[in-house]
Design a protein around this ligand. Structure first.
Ligand SMILES: Nc1ncnc2c1ncn2[C@@H]1O[C@H](COP(=O)(O)OP(=O)(O)OP(=O)(O)O)[C@@H](O)[C@H]1O
Length: 903
């Protein structure tokens, strides 16, 4: 706040709707309208060190004040109280400097048809701090500016230009000599003393609550009264009119009188408030009675004579009556209830019994999701909109729904989606729930080894609870949900029983009407539940369980399918989940292809989704970081800072004395102007950005070439729980006794395959024209070690047979196999190549790894129909009937056997 300040004659004007800034006060304003944003940008943000002054002029709409501010708003003739000439003139008393040619206050029409009224006086303010915000979604820029009021001015003429308002202004505060003259006036001196006295009273009153006002007291003794008058009034939650009157009080006498009047009234209000609160406190002492009452209740609790518990039991009984238990269950529940009533709450078993009854009361014995008429067209549309491709699977689901539509209580088969992770098994199941209009619940059965997990523990067990099935039904709250039994192949039997046996009962339509959970100990009807299961592979599932299900296979996706899934489903979903849009980030198709090729090697799309999410997160960070902030660059005047310290510390002279008033400044027209949107450059993902966000590529297509560069290594295609995979087989030899060593987490079947392979090679060492020294020693003095890298992955199955032979022939023939070739097939001792499973997945895996030549058993020819034509066209598929055919194709230049038939 300055007394002698060179105010520029033209100043940018920030409108302050229904609020008044007084000199010396500090406020925070959030500028959101286009004009205000432009004003802050030009006048403050772009200026070095926040140099620059802006004018804050109160404006009000008709609702702001009950008393219309008529003198100020009605045009040329209306001159505000005390204004000598025109809207911005100085009061006549004192050494008034009356500017000529003053313009009256302005009325401005807004876009909405209302009129806004500008006050003819304002306060020049400087910025203490400025913060730029960028709205995440729209990219719109707004500012929060902390302003300190500096000096009063009168508005001579308001120029509404395109960008923001400016005004021709004159300073209204006294010059130094005028101030000295005024201060020597005895009347001013008396008023100053009076002001300090009431202000002192106020501080003493407030000090009872806030101990931190000591420095304010000191300030009161040292600072000039006329400076403090504005700041004190500014710190109350006063009315707009009162503050306006204070702004208009340019004459010192008037200003001090006004401040004395306002503060005195505030002191009186505080005193009344204190009286009332002490009265209330007096009444509160009556609450001792209630404490006594509580103590009495505790004593009755201790004596076991508790009415409340009795009430609870009654409420529980009422709840149980209302849930519509079957008669036999209700009988059982009543027996349990009678037992509970006889028990004291402190007695062991009371809690358990109560929990049991609560579980019974919470189960949806009669509550079902209202089944809607199945609309097959809508169901098909929903499936299509949520899942790309999968035509066969969708067709089967529609058939399933069609049967349910015609015969709602049909005991249809339990659908079991089988396939590698991330191919959409879970989301298909939830789409079925959507189509049936039922609630969906997923039970994860992975790793369940205890039958009690499914069927619950008997109540004799400490900490017993219902099994997952009943728990799930309780959670979902209806007795006819779609229940997904996820990873049903991962249950396993051990000493604690066989979960599969419990599942058998659940899935058997004959038995599941009376499913018996050990904890419940009463039958619960789960026959209305629609069960859907998922599994990664069927081989590990018990045959009786498999028998109750209809297996629907979901093979892995081709890169082209993945690209479509990513662009149509994953990218929009991921962006939405991270709060960004394609205005912030764009992932071009070639980049999605690169992610698929270089960063993922999966049958499904789970990792692809994860990588896309990483890119979306990077965009979210960029958007969030674009919110810049400038710290306070100047000190406040000592008077303001003293008070602000208190306000910030929660003190405050007024009740709501907050430093940041969070006032939304408004534009002249009141319109939110779209041009305020600053276009944020979207982040266009390119190769360099992929490396920055996702790290260096994980797969470069050169892996196979590097690994088969030494004799003894062959590339095989296998099927694991994650789908088809490329698997290397390494063979090595050393001096020994002719033993075979195998490493790499191998099952029995694969170990047998290795034995067969070695026997086959040994038996044909001469035919194969292997170097004689090695071939001879193969029989007696050399050990063979075969290793399957990726030792953490369990491997089994016969399909590595041909790969094992090829690795051994490569080792003893000292010739490398072709790096571009992978193979799969079981083989017999006689050299016949037998067909194997998962051909589509294996070919897709080879394609994913950049392998373009694949040797398959001839009898797998029919499986090639399932492989997309685009993939086959892109690869060389070789069919082998005998091991010799495989070897012929596996080595550069071939082996001396008849060539394999070519597809
Ligand atoms: N064909 C598809 N179209 C659209 N999105 C798909 C498709 N396949 C998979 N997804 C998406 O991929 C993600 C993973 O799918 P989901 O969780 O259903 O896989 P899952 O096969 O159940 O895997 P898991 O065996 O690991 O449970 C989901 O976000 C799913 O929506």
């Amino acid at each position: 706040m300055a007394e002698h300040f060179d105010l520029p004659s033209t100043i940018a004007i920030l409108p302050f709707r229904n609020k008044v800034l007084l000199p010396g006060a500090v406020i925070g304003i959030r500028c959101t309208s286009a004009a205000d944003v432009r004003l802050v940008e030009r006048e403050l943000w772009q200026k070095k060190d926040l140099e620059g002054l802006i004018g804050v002029v109160p404006m009000h709409d008709s609702q702001a004040s009950e008393q219309p501010l008529s003198p100020r708003v009605s045009g040329l003739q209306s001159i505000p109280e005390g204004i000598a000439t025109g809207g911005g003139g100085r009061e006549s008393s004192g050494a008034a400097r009356v500017p000529s040619g003053l313009q009256p206050p302005l009325d401005q029409p807004t876009g909405a048809g209302e009129r806004i009224h500008w006050h003819p006086r304002g306060v020049a303010a400087r910025a203490l701090a400025l913060q730029q915000h960028m709205e995440k979604v729209t990219g719109r820029v707004t500012y929060t500016v902390i302003l300190e009021g500096w000096c009063r001015f009168g508005v001579q003429a308001l120029n509404a230009c395109d960008l923001y308002n400016t005004a021709h202004v004159t300073q209204l505060d006294y010059t130094k000599s005028e101030m000295e003259q005024a201060e020597s006036d005895p009347e001013v001196q008396v008023l100053a003393r009076q002001f300090k006295s009431v202000a002192g009273d106020l501080i003493s009153l407030l000090q009872q609550k806030h101990k931190t006002l000591e420095s304010t007291k000191l300030l009161l003794e040292t600072a000039a009264a006329h400076r403090l008058a504005d700041i004190f009034v500014a710190s109350f939650e006063g009315s707009f009119d009162k503050r306006l009157a204070m702004l208009d009080a340019i004459d010192l006498r008037k200003r001090l009188s006004k401040a004395i009047e306002i503060i005195t009234r505030h002191v009186q209000a505080l005193r009344v408030a204190e009286k009332i609160s002490s009265k209330v406190e007096g009444q509160l002492s009556k609450s001792q009675k209630s404490v006594l009452r509580q103590q009495i209740r505790a004593i009755t609790d201790e004596l076991g004579d508790n009415d409340d518990d009795e009430d609870d039991v009654v409420a529980l009984e009422r709840k149980m009556q209302s849930v519509g238990m079957p008669a036999n269950v209700w009988k059982h529940a009543q027996r349990e209830l009678r037992r509970l009533r006889k028990m004291q709450p402190q007695q062991p078993g009371y809690g358990g019994s109560r929990t049991y009854l609560e579980v019974l009361a919470e189960l949806p014995w009669q509550i079902s999701s209202e089944e809607q008429e199945i609309d097959l067209v809508a169901a098909k549309e929903q499936l299509d909109s949520e899942h790309y491709g999968l035509a066969k699977v969708k067709k089967r689901i529609i058939e399933y729904l069609a049967v349910r539509k015609l015969k709602p209580d049909a005991r249809g088969p339990v659908l079991c989606f089988v396939g590698p992770p991330g191919v959409g098994k879970t989301s298909l199941a939830s789409s079925i729930a959507g189509a049936l209009g039922r609630r969906f619940i997923r039970l994860s059965l992975g790793g369940v080894k205890d039958e009690a997990d499914i069927r619950g523990h008997r109540r004799t067990y400490i900490g017993s609870m219902p099994g997952r099935l009943i728990e799930g039904i309780k959670r979902v709250g209806v007795n006819n949900p779609v229940m997904l039994l996820d990873e049903i192949d991962k249950t396993g039997a051990d000493v604690r029983g066989d979960p599969a046996a419990a599942l058998l009962e659940v899935l058997d339509p004959e038995q599941n009407k009376t499913f018996n959970d050990h904890y419940l100990n009463v039958p619960f009807d789960v026959s209305k539940v629609v069960f859907v299961a998922t599994a990664n592979r069927v081989q590990t599932m018990p045959a009786p369980l498999l028998d109750r299900m209809e297996v629907i296979e979901l093979p892995g996706y081709t890169p082209e399918e993945k690209l479509c899934i990513a662009t149509r489903h994953l990218i929009p979903r991921v962006l939405e989940q991270h709060g960004v849009t394609n205005r912030h980030i764009q992932i071009p198709e070639p980049m999605v292809e690169l992610i698929i090729q270089r960063y993922t090697r999966e049958a499904g799309v789970r990792n692809l989704e994860r990588h896309l999410a990483a890119l979306a997160r990077a965009a979210a960070v960029k958007v969030a970081e674009s919110e810049q902030s400038m710290k306070v660059t100047r000190d406040m005047t000592p008077e303001a800072s003293q008070l602000v310290d208190h306000w910030g510390g929660g003190g405050g002279l007024g009740e709501g004395g907050d430093i940041e008033m969070e006032v939304e400044a408004v534009g002249i027209s009141g319109q939110k102007v779209a041009s305020a949107l600053m276009d944020l450059e979207p982040m266009i993902v390119d190769e360099a950005m992929l490396e920055v966000v996702l790290g260096p590529p994980k797969f470069d297509g050169k892996e196979a070439a590097e690994r088969v560069a030494t004799p003894g290594v062959a590339v095989g295609l296998v099927w694991t729980i994650v789908g088809g995979e490329v698997q290397f087989v390494e063979a090595s030899t050393m001096l020994g006794k002719g033993d075979l060593h195998l490493t790499g987490q191998l099952g029995d079947v694969i170990k047998e395959s290795a034995q067969i392979a070695l026997t086959w090679v040994r038996a044909r060492a001469a035919e194969l024209k292997l170097p004689m020294a090695e071939a001879g020693s193969l029989l007696k003095d050399r050990d063979i070690h075969i290793h399957f890298p990726a030792g953490a992955v369990p491997k089994d199955g016969p399909s590595a047979g041909v790969t094992l032979v090829t690795a051994l022939v490569s080792l003893f023939g000292k010739r490398c196999v072709r790096a571009d070739t992978a193979m799969t097939g079981e083989m017999t001792l006689r050299g016949l190549v037998l067909p194997v499973g998962g051909i589509k997945d294996k070919i897709l895996a080879a394609h994913r790894c950049g392998i373009r030549r694949v040797i398959l058993p001839d009898r797998n020819r029919k499986d090639l129909q399932e492989v997309p034509a685009a993939i086959i066209a892109n690869m060389e598929i070789l069919l082998a009937k005998r091991m010799e055919d495989v070897l012929h194709q596996a080595f550069e230049g071939g082996c001396p056997w008849k060539p394999a038939s070519r597809l």
